[in-house]
Design a protein around this ligand. Sequence first.
Ligand code: NAD
Length: 392
Amino acid sequence: MKKATIIGAGAMGHGIGELLALAGIDVILVDIDEEVLKKAVDNIQWSLGKFVEKKRIPEEDAKNAMARITTNVNLEEAVADADLVVEAVSEKLDLKKSIFKKMDAAAPGHAILASNTSSLSITEMANQTGRPEKVVGLHFFNPPVLMALVEVVKGDGTSEETVDAMLELVKKLGKTPVVVRKDVRGFIVNRVLGAVMNEAFSVVERGEATMEEVDAAVKYKVGFPLGAFELADMIGLDVMYEVGKIMEDAYGDVAKASPMLEKLVEEGNLGQKTGKGFYDWKVGRPRIPFRLARKFDVQRLIAVATNETARLIYDEVAEPEDIDIAMKLGTGWPQGPCEQADKLGLDSLLSKLKELHEKYGEEVYKPCPLLEDYVGKGWTGKSAGRGFYSYG
Ligand SMILES: NC(=O)c1ccc[n+]([C@@H]2O[C@H](COP(=O)([O-])OP(=O)(O)OC[C@H]3O[C@@H](n4cnc5c(N)ncnc54)[C@H](O)[C@@H]3O)[C@@H](O)[C@H]2O)c1
């Protein structure tokens, strides 16, 4: 793989271009106008400068990477000679579909066409092309140059050869790939994280805890790097809400988008970027007192995460190892959900789900058959010698 073209040079596209150039690949960045492209190149120059300043790369490497990057506003011209095209335009299915049609018509037959979508269907994009076997999801995390994880997503028609080529590429970029074997909405990280965030929102919506109590518990008891509400504010509540809607469309009641989020978005309170979301960022970073940590039963968030993880395994979307790697590298969780559930005991987490299901009657708490099956077999976790993992 020698030449790559990135379509959409925004927050993600310019970072992906920088990574590829650092790995010795010639990169063409494409966007709708010269102004955006100029900004993208400036951003890459700044980022490479930071790496040199921090002595993470020699100046020579930064210069060479910069020299491998060119720009073009003409998509057809820019993909004509590409081995790989990565689409990173805005998260709109119709836009992405039309881009895939154009990419397919203008790129060489051997080129792999990848999408960096966070939530949309790879298969629907692939169906716009005459080469579905060469269409794949390549889901980088923000910012791509710093985040270690890439989800490699198989569409219905993606060939193993294409997946293997992407695994090799991701490793060459110095990142860790995980394979998402089925084209499910939210892939791995956004599926499990989304379930945890939704549970945090509904606990507060029902008045069962305050957001500070929830955030204190997840930070200080479970060791998440950020509280759920703090993280939502940092991601942007508009982005959270849009992804939430896509998940709700795909999974119905199991992933209902939060009304509390909708209200804040309608009011224009989008989180850190507007100065106010769940927290008031105008007074600085939220201060979440340690003493609140004991007030919220955080096991219910872990039970929901375990249930969503079990569904991914049950539906053959991913293996426990890949889910654990994805959650640790994609979100900074100190342990993966399978490791954690095995330590806490699948039996107690299953009981918690049953208790919540009985109390609220909501589909989200209905235990995945895989969990019932494991517990029925006595596979209750580490102390039993078998849970999600087998222990020597
Ligand atoms: N921002 C994140 O945290 C994040 C993380 C992972 C994945 N993603 C995904 O990456 C993709 C891009 O997100 P982003 O945050 O970089 O968005 P962004 O808005 O920063 O960038 C999108 C770019 O696409 C360009 N664009 C729009 N239409 C175009 C067209 N017809 N031709 C060429 N360029 C066009 C826009 O001008 C813009 O520069 C989305 O699918 C998003 O879901 C985002």
